[in-house]
Design a protein around this ligand. Structure first.
Ligand SMILES: C[S@@+](CC[C@H](N)C(=O)[O-])C[C@H]1O[C@@H](n2cnc3c(N)ncnc32)[C@H](O)[C@@H]1O
Length: 179
């Protein structure tokens, strides 16, 4: 872990709107002085959405066809990907804050821990979606099942294995019980 000292906990000033800071009930922490590792953006995701308010809230929120443009240096890595029906995409929510530890998502209005949420705001703003692969043309993949802004950086592509990745009995208690 980077940074020997405990992170300093700070309580955010209440503000109405995420775009201008934190909401009432949210809490930030001081980030460590340096990151522990670097990542390579391996491409960009092209979607119809240029504003966060217009994005679907999750991967099943839209049937829009989106294009994943892979850096040509990694194109050979797509060998046999055309045989895969669904992919796990990992992407970097480059416009999200990274210091929130307690959040009050606008659409729920209830305070929850960052790690109980799929919010893009997290220390490492990595998002994931299982997408349906429609086709591949060179270094471009057409997919359905994304919820990110146009130009969002791509971190990784993996085959989705229903036999391993699907857990039909999985439960998110707070989501099941929400009013
Ligand atoms: C709730 S997150 C879910 C992301 C992903 N499916 C997951 O579960 O990890 C989706 C929301 O993130 C926001 N978002 C999309 N692209 C973003 C970006 N590049 N930076 C920051 N926020 C983004 C939009 O408000 C969108 O509705």
């Amino acid at each position: 872990m980077n940074g020997d000292k405990e992170p300093t906990m700070t309580t955010s000033k209440p503000m109405e709107n995420r775009d201008s800071g934190t909401r009432e009930g949210e809490k930030t922490v001081e980030l460590p002085p340096n990151p522990d590792a670097g990542v390579y953006f391996i491409g960009r995701i092209h979607t119809p959405w240029t504003q966060r308010k217009d994005c679907p809230k999750n991967a099943r929120g839209s049937d829009a066809v989106c294009t994943v443009e892979l850096d040509p240096r990694w194109a050979e890595g797509l060998k046999e990907v055309e045989s895969v029906s669904h992919l796990v995409l990992l992407y970097w929510m480059d416009q999200a804050p990274r210091n929130l530890v307690l959040q009050v998502p606008g659409h729920y209005g209830v305070q929850r821990g960052t790690f109980a949420l799929r919010s893009p705001a997290r220390p490492n703003p990595i998002a994931m979606s299982v997408v349906k692969l429609l086709g591949i043309d060179g270094n471009k993949l057409e997919v359905v099942g994304l919820d990110c802004l146009d130009g969002t950086p791509l971190l990784d592509i993996k085959p989705y294995f229903a036999s391993v990745d699907s857990v039909p009995e999985a439960v998110v208690g707070w989501h099941q019980q929400r009013q």
